[in-house]
Design a binder for this molecule. Structure first.
Ligand SMILES: [Zn+2]
Length: 274
């Protein structure tokens, strides 16, 4: 198979996996990849990414002008073009709406707590790009702020975006984000979240070199004065030089009641007032 044929097959396969895993519904989501130095291969608008065939993909130039294909390129093409402009090292872009990660994006909660060693060594933190109307030039603007220092981000009230050195690398980061979001949600539902200490985060960051992970930016130093989202990755990690895991202060003093307990308390209070 030619290089282009392989790339088309990879995009089709990743689209199938995204749909099978429920990261997209209906015609949602889009995938693109660099095809040589001045061309992009892109999923078309208006098709389910779970049922694409290689011939459905479009070829555009780096300005988004279609140069080949029967269908029109993705409605989120502007966001993809912006990523390629900002990140010459990136060869593929994946966008989807994985439900748990998108839930965090809707709640306005970034996935930036130091919780999982694997996530800290690979993605670092997953910020939220500001809400922007899909398909407009607002979305590339919102993404631009974070894309220089992050390989994955949430899009407020929309979904998630991941990028990588090839189609699978970008897709696997989408899997990592959704997996991380599910684990974070379960820990928070259980009412307790132990955080990895800042000192341990430093050790984990050191592993990036050992594993040959090419992170786009370092993790921000604690209380770094200007935490520029284009310069470093903001990670919430408490300093605690002597332990590696620190209980999150979030739930201190929290009182959890069932609906029945709450009703009884209110009824008691009403009786007292009578
Ligand atoms: Zn979308």
């Amino acid at each position: 198979m030619t290089a282009e044929g392989t790339l088309r097959a990879d995009i089709v396969e990743v689209g199938r996996r995204m749909y099978a895993r429920g990261y997209t519904a209906s015609n949602d989501g889009n995938i693109s990849a660099r095809l040589g130095s001045d061309r992009l291969l892109m999923t078309p608008k208006g098709v389910c990414k779970g049922f694409m065939t290689p011939d459905m993909l479009c070829i555009t130039d780096l300005e988004g002008k279609k140069v080949q294909g029967d269908r029109d390129p993705s409605s989120e093409m502007l966001m993809h073009l912006e990523v390629y402009r900002q990140r010459p090292d990136v060869a593929a872009v994946v966008h989807a709406h994985p439900p748990t990660a998108t839930g965090f994006a809707v709640a306005g909660i970034p996935l930036d707590r130091a919780v999982l060693a694997e996530v800290l060594t690979t993605l670092g933190s997953i910020p939220i790009a500001a809400y922007a109307t899909p398909s407009t030039s607002e979305l590339p603007e919102a993404v631009r702020q974070f894309v220089k220092a992050h390989d994955g981000m949430l899009l407020a009230n929309h979904g998630a975006l991941t990028i990588g050195a090839d189609v699978y690398a970008a897709y696997y980061k989408m899997e990592t984000i959704e997996h991380f979001a599910k684990i974070s949600l379960v820990a928070r539902l259980l009412g307790r979240e132990n955080l990895i200490s800042r000192e341990e985060v430093g050790r984990l960051q050191g592993l990036r070199d050992t594993y040959g992970i090419k992170a786009p930016a370092p993790i921000c130093a604690e209380n770094e004065p200007a935490q520029d989202p284009a310069a470093c990755q903001v990670v919430q990690a408490p300093s605690s030089p002597h332990v590696r895991l620190v209980p999150s202060a979030d739930h201190d003093g929290e009182i959890r009641l069932t609906y029945r307990q709450l009703t009884e308390l209110i009824e008691d209070a009403v009786r007292t007032l009578r």
